[in-house]
Design a protein around this ligand. Structure first.
Ligand code: DGL
Length: 260
């Protein structure tokens, strides 16, 4: 049995493309939708009420487009809105944090994890609580990186001031000396060129790798895999040109995303 309805993704901007690119590689035979809520970026500085409104609007948009599954390719909305909204729609919902915590909790030889994320994700303690469900002995050090999302969205990755801001956060995290550091915001893999100036690349974990694999497994288990890709559609809530430029490192769009 196959199901050719689209798999839909959303994030505040280009961050979710780091997840989308990995899922598309594992599942090339699908139709895809992607919504970047650029008008409301950065999500990490918004209230719970605002984040619920944004996510609900996007879920309803995808409902109209007949999505078979929605991937919350955004740590912040997964942390703040998933539990509140998860039963309200007629498709499968995959939240990044709740999906990857069991894997993070059981990583071979890892006894401590740093988690760098947006202020909203850090304040929710979604990672430390989620990991503790599976492994009470794992030490988790959570740290907010308030400026990093804007650095990506405004394509300022290699500017000296951005490098300084990235370094400052890493210096604080280094004091805890965690075995690995989770890039717990989907925008952060865009910063890897800079991040690896300060710590070896294999110190960082992009949880999207585990996330993509479990999305594939679950779609398969539920007979929801497609087999005839005919389209992929990108939408933004403001500034399509900026989205196209900022996304280039992870996904090259042939045309501008549609403004909705
Ligand atoms: N990329 C999102 C995340 O994973 C949201 C970042 C933001 O807009 O603050 O948390």
């Amino acid at each position: 049995m196959t199901d050719n309805r689209p798999i839909a993704f959303f994030d505040s901007g280009v961050g979710g493309l780091t997840v989308f690119a990995k899922v598309k590689k594992l599942l090339p035979s699908e139709n895809y939708l992607y919504f970047g809520d650029t008008k409301n970026m950065p999500y990490g500085e918004k209230t719970e009420k605002q984040l619920i409104e944004f996510a609900d609007r996007i879920f309803k948009f995808f409902e109209k487009q007949n999505a078979k599954a929605v991937v919350m390719a955004c740590n912040t909305t997964s942390a703040i809105t998933y539990e509140k909204l998860k039963d309200n729609y007629n498709f499968k919902i995959y939240p990044i944090i709740q999906t990857v915590c069991s894997t993070l909790a059981g990583l071979d030889g890892v006894k401590s994890l740093g988690v760098i994320a947006t202020p909203a994700t850090i304040n929710s303690h979604a990672y430390s609580k989620g990991i503790a469900k599976y492994n009470k002995d794992m030490k988790v050090y959570e740290l907010a990186a308030p400026n990093w999302v804007r650095i990506v969205e405004e394509h300022r990755i290699h500017q000296p001031q951005s490098i300084e801001q990235i370094k400052e956060i890493l210096e604080v995290m280094k004091e805890n000396n965690p075995d690995k550091i989770v890039l717990a915001c989907t925008h952060y893999p865009y910063l890897l060129d800079v991040l690896k100036k300060f710590l070896p690349e294999d110190k960082y974990i992009d949880p999207a790798i585990f996330f993509a694999q479990s999305i594939k497994n679950d779609l398969k288990k539920n007979n929801l895999l497609g087999k005839e890709p005919t389209y992929e559609r990108f939408y933004v809530s403001s500034d399509p040109e900026n989205f196209k430029i900022a996304s280039e490192l992870f996904y090259k769009l042939d045309i501008l995303p549609e403004l909705v």
